[in-house]
Design a protein around this ligand. Structure first.
Ligand code: C2E
Ligand code: CA
Ligand code: CA
Ligand code: CA
Length: 277
């Protein structure tokens, strides 16, 4: 194994973004980033595959660290292990609601906005109440918000988390089962929770044209969504050939670099106004 620098010290020479490792960041770095509002949602478009219309966006958090932009894989593990997921999630949700209002003011039609939640921590954040409070401050309809939930630990044994998720649905928010097909998100969750959407993991979508197994997983996930009457989203669409395959399979919504990467709010707004022309 390569030797890692001590936790809490940044290397003296600036590393490339890809070489940054979670262990370079100290809790103090993250806490001051949170206090400074440096964890910022970027927005990646989602397209209705049948109509070609803009369906919505997924909010994906980035950390503005000095002049670098740090991707979530480099800091979420520490955030999650240090109980900082609650303030980070609150901050991402609040900024996202603000942006929804400003997109509306800029003339964008109402779109579906997806927000990621780490399921393991849901019971500690009084999310149904927080959302009720926030929606009084930011007048957005709950039916325009989808919570994407990934199971990183078993939800089975976690009744408070199941209750939280069910209460969100009762308040009119939509629920998406993220990373569908991976070990984390299993068929059993569909039976246990009131999901409205399944999101096929990019590891299958990206290989659907080259790997017969991935292809079968994508096709059966789409078929399963149809049978259950839930929306089906494919992430990781990078080529027109892949988009065509998803269309032919009957998948509802597509997301991926073919359309756009996740963009800062204002850049997304420009992208959307151009797209809708
Ligand atoms: P995810 O929820 O599965 O999000 C999809 C990831 O795939 C994103 O990575 C997105 O940028 C990337 N992606 C989308 N289209 C393509 C494509 O065509 N090709 C490729 N190669 N990648 C594509 P990102 O932004 O690095 O996020 C990684 C993970 O971090 C997310 O995976 C999600 O689990 C987590 N995450 C991101 N933002 C938040 C957040 O605000 N809260 C929580 N709890 N988790 C978050
Ligand atoms: Ca997601
Ligand atoms: Ca995924
Ligand atoms: Ca994920």
């Amino acid at each position: 194994l390569l030797q890692q620098p001590q936790a809490s010290t940044m290397p003296t020479s600036k590393p490339k973004q890809s070489s940054l490792h979670a262990q370079y960041f100290s809790i103090q770095d993250i806490e001051s980033g949170l206090a400074a509002g440096a964890f910022i949602p970027y927005f990646q478009p989602q397209i209705n595959l049948e109509s070609g219309l803009l369906h919505g966006v997924e909010a994906l958090v980035r950390w503005h660290y000095g002049c670098q932009i740090i991707m979530p894989d480099h800091f979420l593990p520490i955030i999650e292990s240090q109980q900082l997921i609650l303030p980070m999630t609150k901050s991402v949700i609040e900024q996202t609601l603000k942006q929804m209002i400003s997109w509306r003011e800029a003339g964008l039609p109402d779109i579906q906005v997806s927000i990621n939640l780490s399921a393991a921590y849901l019971n500690q954040l009084n999310l149904p109440q927080l959302m009720t409070d926030l929606l009084q401050e930011y007048p957005v309809n709950s039916s325009h918000i989808t919570f994407e939930i990934t199971e990183r630990i078993s939800l089975e044994s976690n009744q408070p988390t199941l209750d939280t998720i069910t209460r969100l649905r009762l308040k009119g928010f939509y629920l998406s089962l993220d990373d569908f097909g991976t070990g984390y998100s299993s068929l059993a969750q569909l039976d246990r929770l009131p999901f409205n959407e399944i999101k096929i993991d990019k590891s299958f979508v990206m290989h659907a044209l080259s790997s017969p197994i991935s292809r079968v997983i994508v096709e059966s996930s789409v078929a399963l969504a149809k049978q259950l009457g839930v929306r089906c989203v494919a992430e990781g669409i990078e080529s027109q050939a892949c988009e065509q395959f998803l269309k032919d399979s009957g998948c509802d919504i597509g997301q991926g670099y073919l359309y756009s990467r996740a963009l800062p709010s204002h850049a997304f707004q420009q992208w959307a106004l151009e797209y809708l022309k």
